[in-house]
Design a protein around this ligand. Sequence first.
Ligand code: PMP
Length: 286
Amino acid sequence: MTRTVYVNGEYLPETEAKVSIFDRGFLFADAVYEVTSVLDGKLIDFEGHAVRLKRSLDELEMAEPCNKDELLEIHRKLVELNGIEEGLVYLQVSRGSDGDRDFVFPPADTQPSLVLFTQNKPGLADSPAAQKGAKIISIDDIRWGRRDIKTVQLLYPSMGKMMAKKAGCDDAWLVEDGYVTEGTSNNAYFVKNGKIVTRPLSNDILHGITRKAVLRMAAEAQMEIEERLFTIDEAKKADEAFTTSASAFVMPVVEIDGVALGDGTPGPIAKRLREIYLDESRKAAI
Ligand code: PMP
């Protein structure tokens, strides 16, 4: 099926949508993005994604392509036009282009490019991958120092996923100066003696929208949480582990660098948090 996508004010069939070859997103990875999940045809935590998008744009001195209400309308219209019940909405804003390639930013009044498209993912919530749990490897984190800004510089995370696949695993956790930063496209947690441990927020990791919601829900469920640096060895000795992201919600981790966690199946806290997150998110979806 041909999707309807959104490009700079127009809803078009995907085959007709165009962006300039001089677009700075294409030439310099000078662009930021958001991925919002859709359940029951409704957006999960749109507000969180809109706020983080604004922050990413501000940090890079990039103009806002439109206001929050307009963004919401575009998201909703694409979900409707494409008949998405379960899936994702991808949004990208680039600094646009003034028609040439130059390291210097184009004038501040240059129109940013705004592109959105949907991805239909039936079974996203009831995912067989989440029932099995993920096997991960650890790799060096060699990304840039502003991982709190959600830029489209995703080559290394993409290579990390490929390294994991080649090793017969599902994903990779990144390690810097001996400590786990996060997953290739998710935040990382382990659980020991009932306590959830995850790295605190800083410029070293993306401030996950799902992380924020899951930590709030865990606290409300009287679960113990500790935000601190942790090593991959600690995680390997954990009772269980998991990741969070808008596209996979709470994903249990069952193996790290070949070491099975617990009995090698998804742990009770990860499973419980996935249930709570899906349940609460569905209720609050717009
Ligand atoms: N860290 C990284 C590096 C990511 O790419 C993502 C997902 N885009 C996350 C964490 C999770 O963030 P969110 O919960 O907002 O999807």
